[in-house]
Design a protein around this ligand. Structure first.
Ligand SMILES: Cc1ncc(COP(=O)(O)O)c(C=O)c1O
Length: 413
């Protein structure tokens, strides 16, 4: 460990600055080696072999997706094919579309479209995924933060808040939550599935973006929330999403919405007004390439072998340089794309600003909170996936220097 004295740390910082670095740990994107794993994707389909289950992927039809794609997702998510609506390439787009449909038409149990409500509020477990929050914010929906711990959102708080009929939903990333990397406990899942919200059309947006995305260790099975909801007498409460963005190619993957058959029917009817069918060629190509869940999990182990050293490199530096000082805590995720780090209160923004000065771009401090407002100014999201391993190692060193300097400045030393 290096010295923890203002003059020495400042000197170290100036040395980084002088190097004119250009490092970026901003967004959770797969790296080039990961993209290489999908090299076969573009050749997985032949023009003369585009019919599956009697459906010609080259033509209109099958609004809810290729039957083989619906079966693929049913196996991955442990639901039924009838509960799967396979869409385009982006699950975020499907989530946006769900909120838009609620806004313009209403959900299955809505008394009126949300746009006609005096006010709509949404629960946002924090820290969370900034793009989720932006979706709801863009409709003028009020965002209410809900504290999270290692087992998921604070359910006492959620159960209290859903008594307000203006509270219409909650964002959830149940497995390897973005950014903490936590997996919701079965108790939290049971309590979510048992919610009795005042709003009849309250929706749990269950974004299972990291459903097969282990970094270390084998696949962690995950219960089917739709089944739990049905058992609790709440079959239409949850709408689940996932995609192959971080299985094959981001932006060119295959997204799915899984929900009760009643929800799928209601939403299909609304979607029928906006399109005839999605890109089934892409769906067929993805399924031909990924085959089934077992084959997908094999591919995910290859992703893990590329990602794990990057996570390890960052965590190793934090352990060596920060742990002995006791000036921050961080998560040690087994999957997903992020590490969450918590500085002493009031040090996150300054740390990220110092990183920028030293040539290292980090996600804006506070981004994981509604309206970008982390009341403690303590959280920083670290995304080690994209840079080359040697750059992650370098970035970790720069980051530790900046974190120390920000902390010393705050302590007035
Ligand atoms: C939690 C979560 N949901 C959704 C997405 C985006 O998914 P897609 O590419 O399917 O739109 C991301 C991407 O980082 C994410 O972290």
């Amino acid at each position: 460990m290096k010295e923890f004295q203002y003059a020495a740390v400042k000197e170290e910082f100036e040395q980084w600055k002088a190097q004119g670095l250009s490092l970026n740990m901003d967004r959770g994107k797969p790296c080039l080696e990961q993209l290489e794993l999908s090299r076969g994707l573009l050749n997985a389909l032949d023009f003369d072999d585009c019919v599956a289950d009697g459906v010609d992927a080259r033509n209109y039809g099958e609004l809810a997706g290729m039957p083989c794609a619906r079966r693929y997702w049913a196996e991955v998510l442990d639901v039924t094919p009838e509960q799967c609506f396979v869409g385009g390439s982006s699950s975020l787009n499907m989530m946006y579309d769900l909120v838009a449909k609620a806004w313009t038409n209403g959900l299955l149990h809505s008394e009126k479209p949300w746009s006609q409500e005096e006010k709509v509020k949404f629960l946002c477990p924090v820290p969370g995924y900034d793009r989720h929050f932006r979706v709801t914010e863009s409709f003028g929906i009020e965002l209410i933060p809900v504290q999270c711990d290692g087992s998921g959102p604070d359910m006492d708080q959620v159960e209290q808040l859903v008594k307000d009929p203006q509270v219409k939903g909650i964002w959830c990333v149940p497995k390897y939550s973005n950014p903490d990397g936590f997996i919701y406990s079965s108790e939290v899942m049971d309590r979510i599935a048992s919610l009795k919200p005042a709003a009849p059309d309250f929706v749990v947006i269950w974004d299972n973006a990291y459903c097969v995305h282990e970094i270390r260790g084998g696949y962690v099975p995950f219960p089917d929330i739709l089944k739990i909801c049905a058992e609790k007498g709440n079959p239409d409460l949850v709408i689940e999403f996932a995609s192959t963005s971080k299985i094959t190619l981001p932006g060119a993957g295959m997204a799915v919405m899984a929900a009760s058959e009643a929800n799928i029917k209601h939403l299909s009817k609304l979607m029928g007004a906006q399109m005839i069918s999605c890109d089934k060629l892409n769906q067929l190509r993805q399924v031909r390439f990924l085959k089934d869940k077992a084959h997908t999990l094999e591919l995910m182990q290859k992703h893990a072998a590329i990602l794990a050293p990057r996570f390890d490199a960052f965590l190793k530096e934090l352990d060596a340089e920060i742990k002995p000082l006791n000036i921050a805590r961080w998560t040690d995720p087994k999957g997903g794309y992020f590490i969450s780090l918590y500085t002493a209160p009031g040090c996150a923004k300054r740390t990220v600003a110092l990183c920028k000065e030293a040539g290292l771009v980090m996600t804006a401090a506070g981004a994981a909170y509604p309206y970008g407002n982390d009341p403690e100014d303590s959280h920083i999201r670290i995304a080690p996936s994209f840079p080359a391993l040697k750059d992650v190692e370098m970035a970790a060193k720069v980051f530790c220097t900046c974190l120390k300097l920000a902390t010393l400045e705050k302590q007035g030393k």
